[in-house]
Design a protein around this ligand. Structure first.
Ligand SMILES: Cc1cc2nc3c(=O)[nH]c(=O)nc-3n(C[C@H](O)[C@H](O)[C@H](O)COP(=O)(O)OP(=O)(O)OC[C@H]3O[C@@H](n4cnc5c(N)ncnc54)[C@H](O)[C@@H]3O)c2cc1C
Length: 395
């Protein structure tokens, strides 16, 4: 997973637009049919309009439906067409930082509560979409002696707080094993959640970009949603839609590639290595997906462009060949946008009266994004949420 990338705010870089030979199709999409929801035309009414149909927006929509609200969801592209359907598929507990670093930053009590909430959310994700989820644990592999020492600090902090973790030593190296983590097909989950939301009464529109937002109204090119509440659940490109958040989140590109079935390796659980900068997993059908290397091209990757680049792709492929040991040809190369927040926790804010926004998961939004989606739904329509004290006590 794209864990632990430094939330460093370098110089702004202009999008690099260059021709690419890459398909930019995620490995997750190969065997899945797109659902196809109509674009928004004319005026429609709802209690709540949710902007963004990724994992966070869909989790938000389901919570709003549970609370009895009429919801319209819109997306500039397709369901799961952003990072939510194009990511590494890791389901990891905790925050973007390792547990002992989270304790140092937020205190033991809050770090422990957040860890438990993310474990509970993983249970929820598994029970909602069992066919798309594999609870096979995860592995943090140390890439240096310094990282091995850091693993020991993490092990001690987690054991101290009664959390599941084991020391790991295997043919691939040394590190830590987290038995309760897992992985999933993120695009399959998004599509399942979207289909169910429609069955439960929500209306969804694809190819419907929000171009203006205000209290009570969301405008797209061809239509308007008139509503009591607006919730923006957009991770990458959030500051483009809401410039008021520009100092708090910043868009970056993350890149991956995928191979065909690779019988030459046996990777029983998702792995992240080199402080989380490189991450890979083998899917049940034997294919391998791998991402990373962003830190080696940090200035180039602070961009809103979502085209894979030769330099990063070559870097990832070197890790695939030299560290992971895969010899199969690469089938897919893809990229997507996420946003990094300026603090350890994501952003949830009422950016103007009646308009809430969430995002800034710093490369780790699969689990915590689902939690933020539920939290923002609760707070927007009821004024409070049981999740606030742990996740966003200042709101
Ligand atoms: C390559 C890669 C690997 C990653 N690996 C992992 C991982 O292994 N584990 C993990 O936890 N996280 C990972 N992440 C991060 C994770 O994918 C994201 O944090 C998470 O998916 C964000 O989901 P979301 O629903 O909040 O936002 P998004 O997926 O960004 O969805 C937002 C949606 O909003 C739409 N949208 C944007 N602007 C507008 C607009 N103006 N109007 C209407 N719609 C709009 C977009 O089209 C998009 O569909 C990875 C990300 C990438 C790119």
């Amino acid at each position: 997973m794209a864990v632990c990338l430094p939330r460093r705010y370098g110089r702004a870089s202009l999008p690099v637009v260059k021709p690419t030979p890459y398909d930019n199709v995620p490995a997750w999409g190969e065997h899945l049919e797109s659902a196809q929801y109509p674009d928004l035309t004319g005026d429609v009414r709802a209690d709540v309009c949710v902007v963004g149909l990724g994992g966070s927006g869909l989790s938000c929509i389901h919570e709003l439906l549970r609370l009895g609200h009429h919801v319209i969801g819109i997306d500039a592209g397709t369901v799961g067409g952003g990072a939510a359907g194009r990511n590494g598929g890791f389901l990891l507990a905790g925050t973007v930082e390792f547990y002992h670093d989270t304790v140092a930053e937020l205190g033991r009590d809050r770090a422990r509560r957040i860890y438990q909430l993310t474990l509970d959310e993983m249970d929820r994700i598994s029970s909602e979409t069992p066919d798309a989820v594999w609870r096979n644990g995860s592995l943090r592999l140390a890439d240096s002696e310094a990282e091995e020492r850091d693993c020991q600090l993490q092990l001690a902090a987690m054991r101290n707080d009664g959390l599941s973790v084991e020391s790991y030593e295997g043919p691939d190296g040394r590190g830590l094993l987290f038995p309760e983590d897992g992985s999933f097909n993120p695009l399959a989950r998004c599509r399942t959640l979207a289909r169910r939301a429609v069955e439960l009464g929500a209306t969804l529109h694809e190819q419907s970009r929000a171009i203006s937002l205000s209290n009570g109204e969301v405008r797209t090119r061809d239509g308007r949603v008139l509503c009591k509440h607006v919730i923006v659940a957009v991770d990458g490109h959030l500051e483009l839609l809401l410039p008021v958040l520009a100092g708090r989140v910043r868009t970056a590109r993350l890149q991956m590639l995928g191979t065909g079935p690779a019988p030459e390796v046996d990777i029983p659980r998702p792995v992240y290595s080199r402080w989380g900068y490189d991450y890979w997993q083998q899917l049940p059908d034997g294919r391998v997906v791998i991402g990373g290397c962003r830190d080696r091209f940090i200035d180039d990757e602070w961009t809103t462009d979502t085209t894979p680049t030769t330099e990063v792709q070559q870097c990832i492929e070197r890790v695939l060949r030299e560290t992971v040991g895969v010899t199969q040809p690469v089938r897919h190369r893809w990229a997507a946008a996420v946003s990094y927040s300026s603090g350890i926790m994501p952003v949830m804010d009422q950016v103007r009266p009646g308009v809430w926004a969430i995002g800034g998961y710093s490369g780790t939004g699969n689990v915590i994004g689902a939690l933020y989606g539920r939290m923002v739904a609760q707070i927007a329509v009821t004024g409070t949420s049981e999740l606030l004290p742990a996740l966003a006590p200042g709101v």
